[in-house]
Design a protein around this ligand. Sequence first.
Ligand SMILES: [Zn+2]
Length: 71
Amino acid sequence: MKNCIACGMLLGDESKDYCKHCAHEDGSMQTYDEKLESMAAFVIKTQGLNEDVAKKVAAEQLKGLPAWQNQ
Ligand SMILES: [Zn+2]
């Protein structure tokens, strides 16, 4: 089994390097900023944090993911 190179989530489709949460609809990978935005939005929705705090949480999470460690 393969994992998403961006978030580490297990992939069902082994022909891809990243999951549907980390890619655009055309299959290209999201940029760091796009991923940060979408993760922040997810944190706001699930944890009810304000935007500034949610972006910090999202940035911390991205730091731990293999695709973003050089950001
Ligand atoms: Zn992913």
